[in-house]
Write a protein that binds this ligand. Structure first.
Ligand code: G3H
Ligand code: 13P
Ligand code: ZN
Length: 290
């Protein structure tokens, strides 16, 4: 299939009470793994590339590989820019064929975040590219901050209402206690805040930093309106963990394919598990663009 926009995927997920997995596409093997997992689960899926992934692999390589993967599968696949902060790069991604972009203005004051998101929307709307924005700050687990400081960074429900009203953005990433990277303990999500936000905001909600969040919390978040769930760290752990095991077993191995092949298979396994938890297995069939 050709690449699909994200908005239709999310609205379908919202209607049916499941979530679409948005998996970070960092190299060829991970792109192949996401496509294979989606196909095996008969699930729609989002492949997302961060600025770091684009700098690493090159924009044309990322777009080319994801397009090839999408065209070789029967399930709907979207290509999304993850945490875009640079206007020029966002335009390059759109020109390269991304079907969706995230503009991350979360570090900016509200009015400035609104103004730039609107500028991006003006460009994306006529060409059918979906736009995700972020409100509140989703930090990293490595950020050494106290709980009270963290809560101060959470998304304010009233600001979320104003933001969506003034932009009409397609989806909104919120901060409710998740963080990017590996957690030290069990992350506690602020479900009361999520519920308040969802009551005020009528667009699909996105959960970042979802690796390491318990299955129970993920299911609860979905039941409260989250319908895009970002996973990167759990794939890195599975992929690199398998490479490490193989290298320890056979320290003399010099064929990269003998390390990367099993690493890809480990990524397929974890992505399939996530897709099942998100409830999107089998949803490719029911999905329709109308
Ligand atoms: O949002 C964070 C993602 O895990 C991307 O991380 O910037 O290292 O590619 P990255
Ligand atoms: P994790 O790496 O914590 O899964 O977060 C991924 C993410 O939010 C990408 O935007
Ligand atoms: Zn993120």
């Amino acid at each position: 299939m050709a690449l699909v926009p994200v908005t239709e995927l999310l609205l379908h997920a919202e209607r049916e009470g499941y979530a679409i997995g948005a998996f970070n596409a960092n190299n060829m093997e991970i792109i192949q793994a996401i496509a294979e997992a989606a196909e095996k689960e008969n699930s729609p899926v989002i492949m997302q590339a961060s600025q770091g992934a684009i700098n690493y692999a090159g924009l044309e390589f990322i777009t080319g590989m994801v397009k090839i993967a999408a065209e070789a599968t029967r399930v709907p696949i979207a290509l999304h820019l993850d945490h875009g902060t640079d206007f020029g790069q966002i335009i390059k991604c759109i020109r390269s064929g991304f079907s969706s972009i995230m503009y991350d203005g979360s570090k900016l004051p509200l009015e400035q975040n609104i103004a730039i998101t609107n500028k991006i929307l003006e460009i994306c709307r006529p060409i059918g590219v979906s736009v995700e924005a972020e409100l509140g700050k989703i930090g990293g687990t490595e950020d050494d901050i106290h709980v009270s400081q963290k809560e101060a960074m959470y998304t304010d429900p009233e600001e979320a209402r104003i933001f969506v009203e003034k932009t009409g953005v397609d989806s909104l990433a919120i901060a409710i206690g998740t963080a990017h990277g590996q957690y030290k303990g069990d992350p506690k999500l602020d479900f009361v805040r999520l519920k308040e936000i969802k009551e005020l905001v009528k667009v699909p909600i996105v959960l970042h930093g979802s690796s390491g969040v318990s299955d129970e919390s993920i299911r609860k978040a979905i039941s409260l309106g989250v319908c895009k769930i970002n996973i990167d760290t759990n794939i890195r752990e599975a992929f690199v963990g398998e490479m490490r095991r193989r290298m320890a077993e056979k320290p003399g191995e010099i064929d990269p394919r003998k390390l990367l092949g099993p690493a890809k298979d480990a990524a397929v396994t974890i992505i399939r598990e996530k897709i099942k938890i998100f409830g999107s297995s089998g949803k490719a069939e029911k999905y329709s663009l109308d």
